[in-house]
Design a protein around this ligand. Structure first.
Ligand code: DOR
Length: 448
C-alpha cells in the first residue's frame, strides 16, 4: 500500500483555505490536519507555497474511442487530462458505433478499465428511436443521457418533438443537452454559401451558429424539463442571452437535487470572436465562440453562480482535418490539458476567485451527478488531487502536448501557473513533467 504525506500545502476546499498536511493511504484521503507525523514508509511531498485542491471533474469530453481513434483515444486523452489536473471525466456518445445502448456503454467501460489514467463515466446518447434503452437504463451504467438538440459532429440530432417529450419524461438520471436550433443554422449556412461560396470566412462562425439558435433551443430544453420535472443540465452556454433563462429558473435546492443547471466551457470563457483572425478553424466549435460581450457575461455568470459547472467539451480533430475550408473543417477544440490553467488565468487577472474555480470544476460537478466520495478534500474520500504552483509559468509548445492530435490553440501561450502534480485514487499520475502512472482510473460510482 502506498502512503503519501503532502506537507504544508495550502489546502482549498469548500470555500476555505488553510495551510496543512494531507495523508493518503489506500487510495483515500486518510487525514487532513495542520500537522501530521509521517507514518513509516510514507513518501513525503513538500508542498509549501503550493495549492492543493480536488481534481477537476470534467463532465464533457470527447475521447473518440471507439471508431474515431485517429483523432484521439481514451489512453492518449486521459493522459493529457491528468497532466492538466483533471482526475475524472464523463465522455460523450458521438463515437462509432454510437453509444446508444447498454452494450455499447459497457464496451466503453471495459476499454477504459484497460487504458484510462483518469476516472471515467460515459453518457448514453439519445436518438430518435432508442427510448426503450433510456427507459430501462441502469442508473449506474451512465453518468447521464446526452441529447444533441442541435446537430453537431456525429449525426446524433434528436429533432422530433414527441421523442424529446418522451425522453424528458422517462429519464431517471440527469439529461444533458447540446442546445442549438438546427433549422436556423441551416438557413444561416445557406445564406453564407450564397454570398461566399465555399470561401466563407471562419470569423462568421459566431453569426452562422447564431445566438438566436442557442437561445431558441435552450428555451425549449428548459420548457421540456419544467413540463416533465426532468433533471436538466444544459451544456456549454455560449451567449449572454441564454443566461437570463437560468437566472429565472435558478433552483434554490441543493445542486444534487436541482432541476435545471448550466455549464460553461473554458474556451467560451477564454476566447472571443476577435480570436478567429489569428486562430481560424482552431477555435471553430459548436456552439460557436461568440463576442467579447458574451465572454464577459459568462465570466460574470460564473461569479454570480448562474453558471453551475465549468467543463471543457474537449473535442480533438487532426490538424489536417482542421486545415479545411469553413464548411469542411470539423468543429471542436482539444482542451483538457490546459483547462484548469486557462481558468487560473482569470484568477491571476482578478476576475474569478480560486474558490469559485474549485467549486465549479469539482464540488458542483460531484453534486450535480451525485458522484460517490469524490470532488472534495474530505477524509475518507478518494484521493483525486491536484497540486498547483501559482507562481510558476508554463509555456505551451509542441514538446509538452500530450493530445494524439498534437496541436492546441494555446501553443505559444505561457500560462501563469503550472500543474505541479496530479493524484488519481491516491496514485501519483503526473509529476509536473510526465504522466508516470499505469492506467489507474476507476469507474465512477453514483449515489443513485
Ligand atoms: O465543437 C464540437 N465538437 N461540438 C460538439 O458538439 C461536438 C464536438 C465533437 O465531437 O467534435
Amino acid at each position: 500500500m502506498t502512503i503519501t504525506l503532502i506537507k504544508r500545502a495550502t489546502l482549498l476546499n469548500e470555500g476555505i483555505r488553510q495551510q496543512g498536511d494531507l495523508l493518503i493511504a489506500d487510495g483515500r484521503i486518510q487525514k487532513i490536519a495542520p500537522q501530521i507525523d509521517a507514518p513509516d514508509g510514507a513518501e513525503i511531498i513538500h508542498a509549501e507555497g503550493k495549492l492543493l485542491i480536488p481534481g477537476m471533474i470534467d463532465d464533457q469530453v470527447h475521447f473518440r474511442e471507439p471508431g474515431l481513434t485517429h483523432k484521439g483515444n481514451i489512453l492518449s486523452e486521459s493522459r493529457a487530462a491528468v497532466a492538466g489536473g483533471i482526475t475524472s471525466f464523463m465522455e460523450m456518445p458521438n463515437v462509432n458505433p454510437q453509444t446508444t445502448n447498454a452494450e455499447a456503454l459497457e464496451a466503453k467501460y471495459r476499454r477504459a478499465a484497460e487504458v484510462s489514467v483518469a476516472n471515467y463515466a460515459f453518457y448514453l446518447g439519445a436518438t430518435n428511436d432508442n427510448l426503450e434503452e433510456i427507459r430501462t437504463l441502469d442508473p449506474q451504467a451512465a453518468c447521464g443521457i446526452k441529447i444533441f438538440m442541435g446537430a453537431s459532429t456525429g449525426n446524433m440530432l434528436v429533432d422530433n418533438r414527441e421523442t424529446l417529450e418522451a425522453i424528458f419524461a422517462n429519464a431517471k438520471i440527469p439529461v444533458v443537452t447540446h442546445c442549438e436550433d438546427t433549422p436556423m443554422i441551416d438557413a444561416n449556412e445557406a445564406a453564407a454559401r450564397a454570398k461566399y461560396g465555399e470561401a466563407v470566412p471562419v470569423k462568421l462562425h459566431g453569426e452562422i451558429r447564431s445566438r438566436e439558435a442557442c437561445l431558441k433551443s435552450t428555451k425549449m430544453a428548459i420548457e421540456l424539463a419544467k413540463a416533465h420535472g426532468t433533471r436538466l443540465h444544459v451544456l456549454h452556454i455560449s451567449t449572454a442571452d441564454e443566461l437570463a433563462l437560468f437566472e429565472a429558473h435558478k433552483s434554490l435546492d441543493s445542486l444534487a437535487e436541482a432541476n435545471i443547471t448550466a455549464e460553461a466551457c473554458v474556451h467560451h470563457l477564454f476566447f472571443s470572436d476577435a480570436d478567429y483572425d489569428t486562430l481560424g478553424t482552431q477555435i471553430k466549435c459548436n456552439p460557436s465562440v461568440k463576442t467579447e460581450r458574451d465572454r464577459q457575461a459568462l465570466l460574470d455568470a460564473v461569479k454570480r453562480d448562474v453558471i453551475d459547472v465549468i467543463a471543457t467539451d474537449h473535442a480533438p480533430h487532426t490538424w489536417e482535418e482542421k486545415q479545411n475550408t469553413y464548411f469542411k473543417a470539423p468543429s471542436g477544440v482539444p482542451l483538457v490539458q490546459h483547462a484548469l490553467l486557462s481558468l487560473l488565468e482569470h484568477v491571476h487577472d482578478g476576475v474569478l476567485t480560486l474558490e469559485s474555480v474549485v467549486q465549479k470544476t469539482s464540488h458542483a460537478v460531484a453534486e450535480r451527478f451525485n458522484l460517490k466520495e469524490r470532488g472534495y478534500l474530505r477524509e475518507g474520500y478518494h484521493a483525486d488531487l491536484v497540486l498547483i504552483d501559482l507562481e510558476k509559468p508554463y509555456p505551451v509548445n509542441k514538446d509538452n502536448l500530450l493530445y494524439k492530435c498534437h496541436w492546441s490553440p494555446f501553443e505559444g501561450y505561457t500560462f501563469r501557473s503550472t500543474i505541479a502534480a496530479t493524484w488519481v485514487g491516491g496514485v501519483l499520475a503526473y509529476d509536473g513533467r510526465e504522466v508516470i502512472s499505469d492506467p489507474v482510473g476507476q469507474r465512477l460510482v453514483f449515489n443513485r
